[in-house]
Design a protein around this ligand. Sequence first.
Ligand code: TMP
Length: 214
Amino acid sequence: MSGRFITFEGGEGSGKSTQIKLLSEYLKAKNKTVVLTREPGGTPVGQELRRLLVTGAADKFDATAEALLYYADRRIHLQQKIWPALAEGAWVLSDRFADSTMAYQAYGHNNRVTPQMLNELYRLVAGDFRPDLTLIFDLNPEIGLKRSLARAAVETVKEVRFENIDIEFHHRLRRGFLEIAGQDPERCVVLNADQPIDKLHQDVIKVVTERLKI
Ligand code: TMP
């Protein structure tokens, strides 16, 4: 595969969706073909799964069912969008990928699905494929949740299934992301998301240019 695959990860309201758009513009200005996508919901079928996953009661299914649905979305996303785009040489930027399942469904839900189970699912769905680079936007969840709920207040479809889970869940998944980064420093870089948009964008560009040699 000749393209590059960069994933953006972090808790609620960490600013990654703003940053992914800014990086996309930056890369396009450098004449790269960019595919901007997200999980869940990067494909038409995925959008149907997204609605199931991010709306409604927090306890409408358990962590195992949730992980399977996220991995179904991921398989469809890889087959229908990510792999074909990479084969054509695009830079694929994804707002969330497999580290979110590890952080939310394993760490967040207190290992009701274990990392081992998720690693097996990953192999089944993605084989040896890995992102070239993963940016982890680290932010105190007290700040992130406030931002995220304020945004949801003005939206018609309220995607707040996870925002409604207690704050300890969000602290656990933050620790999860930091542990994932610590275990895989070749792939992951942690960014301080508690800074102005422009400053954070400069940090993103620095990491991407250094790591992926634009
Ligand atoms: P978003 O709000 O960043 O678009 O993400 C949708 C929600 O889905 C968010 O609350 C995080 C959650 N999520 C998981 O719990 N597991 C996953 O594997 C993914 C991709 C997202």
